[in-house]
Design a protein around this ligand. Sequence first.
Ligand code: UD1
Ligand code: UDP
Length: 377
Amino acid sequence: MKIVTIIGARPQIIKAAGLSRAIKNHYADRIQEVIVHTGQHYDGNMSQVFFDELGIPKPDYNLQVGSATHGVQTSRMIEGIERILTDEKPDYIVLYGDTNSTLAGAVAASKIHVPIVHIEAGLRSFNKRMPEEINRIVCDHCSTLLFTPTLAGFENLAKEGFRMDNARPFTIDNPKVYHCGDIMYDNSLHFSTIADQKTDILQRVELTEKPFVLATLHRDSNTDDKERLTSILDALITLSHEIAVVLPMHPRTRKMTEQLIDDERLYRLYHSENIKITEPVSFLEMIQLEKHASLVMTDSGGVQKEAYFFRKPCAILRPETEWVEIVETGSATLVDAEKERILQTCKQYLQQPPVDFPEIFGDGHAAEFILEKMLEA
Ligand code: UD1
Ligand code: UDP
């Protein structure tokens, strides 16, 4: 079986590591993987670092599309992916998540009848102003094999009219949905022990002995809106009077913070003893930070879940989440971009950390499950 895997943004590179590792370890004689990097993320610390660290094979193609408006970026990707699919003639294209790289892969493949495997299918925020919501709906509805990481994802697809039986053959008109657990959980388990041995991020941010909050921020609804961005950063600054805050900064966030935030706040943010702003960190460094943090504050999909994997409370800097189960358990709270809600929730979680983290994300073997189902389809 030959598959073409599309990656482009940071979380997809990390997710793809799980599948590539399973292919290398268990399916190398049966599955050939061709990796296409769209070039959506291109800085060393947003892309190459993950190849170096996670043992992902070097991409066979790099479309080098770079940053642009949604339309320009996506159309460049569609053109490049169509060309590769036409040349490579794979049995499947594998798409992850909900970025513009996912959308481009879905459009290119569905038009020339290459069956799509969508990993991380079925998630919904029910907020169509999110670019990701459009991307994931389109991708799901063009896919042949859909793998949901959570039961909520599975149920969303059932509500959207996907058949849940086993009537073969599976095609774009008769897709098959599997609930399989989260491939990111595979990675977090796999790299958890290695992270402590191989990284020194805690020493570098001088937090080996001190409690800290780990924060990440990159969602366009937060970074590109002056009021929301100011409110979140104000909450961070206030929180830093009580506890250290580590903020590995996404390039989008750095750019927009420097554009939108006033000089006085910027000074406090960048010069406070207790706020450690870093460049984006590597995945192993991120795991180490997540494992040792007292609390996570984030608008990232992946980081919300990793907080849960490592049994940490999480303040979600969004009005809604696709990962509804973690909120239902009480270990995560939607705080949106409201300073007082953020501070109140953090205070509560720091005083009384949650203890109940039931298994929601599968058994850490989602990759093997997916590959088995693809082979058998
Ligand atoms: C993208 C995804 C988002 C995902 C996120 C993961 C879409 C629509 N959005 O958002 O779903 O959660 O990746 O991180 O696909 N930039 C750099 N260097 C880079 C990459 C980006 O400087 O290597 C800057 C550029 O100014 C660029 C901006 O970040 O314009 C945004 O990048 P883009 O890939 O368009 O969206 P993200 O916000 O990263
Ligand atoms: N991540 C990382 N370094 C960072 C921030 C995040 O390695 O500085 C990892 C994080 O551990 C998770 C993934 O990137 O595995 C999440 O990606 P991101 O937050 O960019 O996007 P999202 O998950 O929201 O799509």
